[in-house]
Every structure is written in structure tokens, then in C-alpha cells.
Design a protein around this ligand. Sequence first.
Ligand code: BGC
Length: 827
Amino acid sequence: MAAASSTSNSDALRREAVDAALAALSLDDKARLLAGQDLWSLPALPAIGLRSLVMSDGPIGVRGVRWTAADPSVALPSPTALAAAWDPELARRAGRLLAQEARRKGVHVLLAPTVNLHRSPLGGRHFEAYSEDPYLTGEIGTGYVRGVQDGGVGTTVKHFVANDAETDRFTVNNVVAPRPLRELYLAPFERIVRNAHPWGIMAAYNQVNGSTMTEHRYLQNAVLRGEWGFDGFIVSDWLAARSTAGAITGGLDAAMPGPRTVYGEALATAVHAGEVDEKIVDLAVRNILLLAARVGALDSAPPAVAPAELPAPLDGAELAREIARRSFVLARNEAGALPLAPGGSVALIGALARDARVLGGGSALVFPDHVVSPLDGLTAALPEGALTYALGADPSSELSIAEAGFDLGAVCRDALGAVLATVPLPTGQIQWIGADLPDGVTHETLHSVEITGTFTPRESGEHTFGTRGFGGFTLTVAGRTLHDGTQDRAPGTDPLGAFFSEPVERGRIALIAGEPVEVSLTHHPVPVPGHAFKGVSCCLVHLGPQRHPDELIAEAVGAARAADTAIVVVGTTEHVESEGFDRTDLKLPGHQDALVHAVAAANPRTVVVVNSGSPVELPWRNEVAAVLLSWFPGQEAGHALADVLLGAHEPGGRLPTTWPVSLADAPVTATTPVNGELPYSEGVFIGYRAWEKAGTAPAYAFGHGLGYTTWEYDAVSAAPEAVTVRVRNTGPRPGSDTVQIYLAPGAAADDAPERPARWLAGFARVTAAPGESVEVTIPVEPRAYETWEESENGWRAVPGTYEVQAARSLTDVRTTTTVEVPADQSK
Ligand code: BGC
């Protein structure tokens, strides 16, 4: 009680301080406060004791205001992985760790979590969202937001709303009927707002039903603030604010990034011209000041979390490792292939086993100070001599950012060629945005930047080099100029296009393994037409010698034959899963499928580890002994993998999204608008709701995931508001399970809206020793029985009989019972 009253006391004090601060501001100051001053922050107003509010991406780490590996961050597993753990408390710990990272980097607001839905498996940022199910998404998001805010750092739940794909994301009009909008796309936001009280929301780039989201009065003002009682700030997605009066009256509080935005001077002018009422500006300023008060950036107000109340510090590497192993989904395990029997030899195969892909691309990118690859992790965990490694197949037959073997720095020069600064570069990528430039350099003085250093090849043969970005480029390798020219931006390109643009090959050169050569790429940056936005973005990209795929596979088959177990790591590349574009298929790139077929034929104990953030087709899945889905597993990937493969821990993941056999089977796939519109014509049927309607069997169903022990379930009791299940660990080792509750409605009245065959209504994680029984009561909320009826304007419980299924996945229902929802519960 004492804590509650002191919280509401300090809440009242914060609101008083906000009022007083607001009253002291001129219109110009107010308008200025709502506009980014640079890429990541809002301006300080020292006269009212307001410090600059700093924001930073993103879901799995905190990058800070500098886009550089020189300022490393803990990298947790991908959001799909966090959701696969089905544990809001684990998400809360992830959030606390991220708050700790944010504080370390001077960040007040984390640009996360992403709670858009897995509508189409082709969505480019699928890896960055949690699930195809709105309830699971909302629960994981609630845990995450609570955790970040426990640490006194704000969140911006994003991207509000229906930003479920990337194609034409700045302009697409997503046409979504009221019922799917409420029951699916808004539902996670609503749950998080009601249960975790986030201090921020990010308005998406796209339109919904004809209004761009940064100006969406109905969704931002009426629904989010009005119906749900959201009292935080709304920030635009980066460059999403398009009109001064439209955005401010539509509920948008902060326009990012700066320095030139639709707010600031333009907003003050609109007030003077009578186009915008100053009272509306005051509402937005109040929201920003309240945010500042909560995060401790307004001197006159107590922060929401006093320094003495901050959670105990967490160990980032340990938490990354725990989340990874608890997220791994053991999709198949024939004849107890896993955990591996001690003492056997292992052939580890695959390019991603050596160069692990631990996180997705785009704004979610952070730079960890180390990455434990599967090869590192298994080498450390297995006895000496037990492990051999073969490349097998390289999915990156495309140019990627220069990294392994490169020792690089950047030299910045002015127009006369004088050196302004020299800085080390951990990779061949430069991404200097806004004020984030090396000391002594400004966008005005910077004329060229040279990425220069040495490259020591790992393999002999023909190496390919190239560039990424727009502007002038001169590329020299081992004294030979491979390219000297200009790369123009295609008209109408996404303003952030330089970050996501395709690499371009510039030349090839034969090099010898172990013999270093000099490399130099000089870049002359060019401005982004029509945008005040300043940035230098360029990359030196490289591709090693391409050996014949058959030769690589034959080598891997030899290694697999000679070992007791073959472990093949396959997965996607940054060209497949990232921001700014959608996928075109779900195939594993390169010759990875052929590799697995061949290894499986050579060794019956073949275990495949799938390193992808989202679903891929696994055409060999029934030929191999085990399939472990490891997502993008974060910086401790290899240690977590060794923990699980060798049985120190069991894999804890359950699928948060359906994995199709092939893209052709997936019921909802479209991500490309036609004439600017993307109709969500499938209504409420996405994910497993759609799979069950179509009657098609996927490769692995929603909720699926095996552990290392076995379970028995007994229904104990069920009422509409709670289900009690008794589960018993019938296997030989301690374990954990995720008890899933699905509701299947009985026959509907003729005039009832069509509902899915069933849906997730609750879940809980249990742990038990061998032979132990555990009873778990899982609450079911009234909303689980409701549908949205626009005509009656609201939620309505649908009366009738519901089958309650206690299940280990959609395809492993263990016990059922029924509940009655009486007619008088409906409105
Ligand atoms: C992304 C956001 C991100 C922002 C800032 C945008 O392009 O859509 O998710 O937070 O950039 O990096």
C-alpha cells in the first residue's frame, strides 16, 4: 500500500511539475520541443530544467546514438526468439537488461517493442515482431515494457498500427475492416497499454483506411488515448510526419528525426496563422514533459523510478544465453537423437556455424562486443579432437559487409584533402547520421571518407569487392583500382535507402590465403534530395572465392560420414531478412537444401540447426534425425547451442508462428500493394486461424516444440474465467512445459460472425522434477469470448458452449472440457 500511495503521490508531483513547466514556455519553445533536434533527441530547455530526451533502437539491444561497432551493446536473441520462450517474466528480465543498457548509454527512451503481427511470412521485419497471435504478442510485449520501465527508461510500442510488411511502407494504405483491426492488429497495443502503461507509442509510416498513421485522429486520439486511456507520448516513425496541422491535430506529439521537421518553426507559424490552436500544442508539450518527468529528465519532478528503486544489475551475456536456449524450438527429435550421447564425435557443417547470424538487419541492428558462433561454442564444450568442421555450403553467394580478415579504419578529409579525423572501423560499414560524426568532422566540412586498411584472406582464390551506398566511389585493392565512378540514387527511393540499398560488384582479384593486401575505398557523400536529413552511409562489401557447390558438399558428406553425429547449421542472410523490403520466397539461400539432403543420406544422426529469424522451407525435414529452430540467437548463440545440444539444458521454445511446408501453402502472403492499397481481405483469419480454416497442414504448428522429457495432462476444472490443469513429468529428467489453453467455440447462431476454429486464450510455463505433478491455474479473460461489432460499436461476448483445450501445441491437445458462456453475459 505504502508503495502504491508513494507512486500516486509522485505521479501527482510529476503532473504539477509538468503544468508549471508548461506555463513557463513560449510558443516558440513549445513548438521547438516537439521537433527532433537531430537524429535521436529532442532539444533541452534549460530555463525549465529540462534535459534533452534521447531515444534509441531497438528491440534486442540498445544501440545508443552512434551507429558504430566502436560503441558495443549486448545483443539478445531476436524478438521471435523471445516470443518463442512464451514467458512474459523472461521478457520482463530482457526489458530490465535493456533499461540498464539504455542508462549506460545515456538513452531515456527505447524505440521498442515491435508488436505488429506476423500476417505474411514474407514480411521483411517478421524477425522483429513476436507472433501471429495477438494475445501472445500482447503478453510478451507487456512483460517487455514493464521490464524496461522498471528500469526507469521509456518505451515506444511500435509501429501503431498495421505496419506488418515493408513494401512501400512510407505510402501503403492498409485497408483493414474494423473487426480484424480490433481483434488482431490493435489487440496487442491495447493489451500493453492497459496492462503495462507504456510511456510512448510510435506512429507507423503507413496509412490505415485512408489516413496516414501520424495523422490518424480516430486511432490515436479516440481509440488509443480516449478508449484505452493511454497517457504517454506519440512519436512519429523516423520521417513519417508529413503535415504540421494534420499531425498535431491527429495526436502526434513528437516529429522525428530533426533538425527539419513538420514541427518547430513550422508549427509556431501554423499557430500564428490560426491553422492550429495553441491548446492542441499544449497537449502535446504536456505529453513530452510528462515523459521527461518519468525518465528523470525534468529537474523539478521526481522520476518514475528513483535511483534507489532500480532493479539489481543483470549480466547481459548470461541473460542472452538463457533467452537463447529457452527460445530454441526442437521441432523434431527422432529416436532421442538429442541430447547428444556423451563421448561421440561431431561433424559441424555450414557457413553459419562459423560466421553465425545472431541478429536481424535494419534499425534493429546493434554491435555486440563479441559473438559466440556455434563453432566457438561447441569447440569450448566438446572434448578436444571430438569436433571437425566443414563449410558445406555458403548461403552468402552475395557480397556482404567486409568483416572477417579485414583490419580497417576511416580517414575523413575536407575539400582540400586535409585530414579532419581518423577513426578505427570494426567492419567495412560507415553509418554516420545527423550529429553522429567522428570528432572534428561536420557534414559541412566533410568532403570524402576513405575506408582503408588491410585484408588477410581466409581462402586463396578469386575475391570479389564492391560498394554499397550512393555518391562517388574509388575502390583499390592490392594496388589495383577496381572502380572509380558514381552511384546515383533512383528517383523516389526511400530516404533511408542508402542504409538498405543493394551492394554492387566492382571487381575481382586473385588473392592468397594468409597474405595481407592493402584495401582502400574512397567515398564522396551526396545529399538526400528533398530531405534535410544528413548522413554518410557507405560500405565496402566483399565475397570470398566461390568453390564449386558440389565440391563443398562432397567435403561435408565426407566429414559427416566419419563422425557419430552431423550437425548442420543452415539459415538466412542479411539479404533475406532485414528492414526496408519484404522477402520474395521462403527458401534457404544458396545450396543449403542440397547440402542437408546429402548429409542426411550419409549420416542417419543428422541434426539440423536452423538459424533464421522467421520461417523458412525445410524440404528435408523428415529425412533428418532432429531439427532445432534457433532463430537469430543473439551474441551467446554458440554457448546456448552447446547447452542444448549436449543436454545441460533442454530447449524451451514453442512456435509463436506457424511454419509452412512451402510458401504456396501459406494462407496469407501478399505484401505488395496494388495501386497503393494493400487490402487485408482475409479478415480475422491470419496465422493458425487461417491455416485451420483452409484445412492445410503446416510443417510445424503454432505452439509446437519438444523438450527432453515427457508429460501427462489431466483437466482439473474449468470455468469461463480460469482453467486448472494438472501436469505430470513422466520422463527421466527435470523439465519445463508450456501449457496452452485454446478455446473452440461450439456451433454458432446463424447470424453470428464467423469465428476461427479456436484461438489461444491463456498459457503458463510449468517446471517439474521426474515423476512430479504440478497444478496450474490459467486465467481466461472475458475478452477471450468476445468479438468486435462495429455496428453495435463494441465488444460483445458470444454466448454458448466452448470447448476448452489444454494442449502442448495446436496439434497436441491433451485434455478438453467445456464451459458455458451464458447469454446474459453478452451486452
Ligand atoms: C524504423 C523504426 C525505428 C526508426 C529509428 C525506422 O525506419 O521503422 O522501427 O525505430 O527507424 O531507427
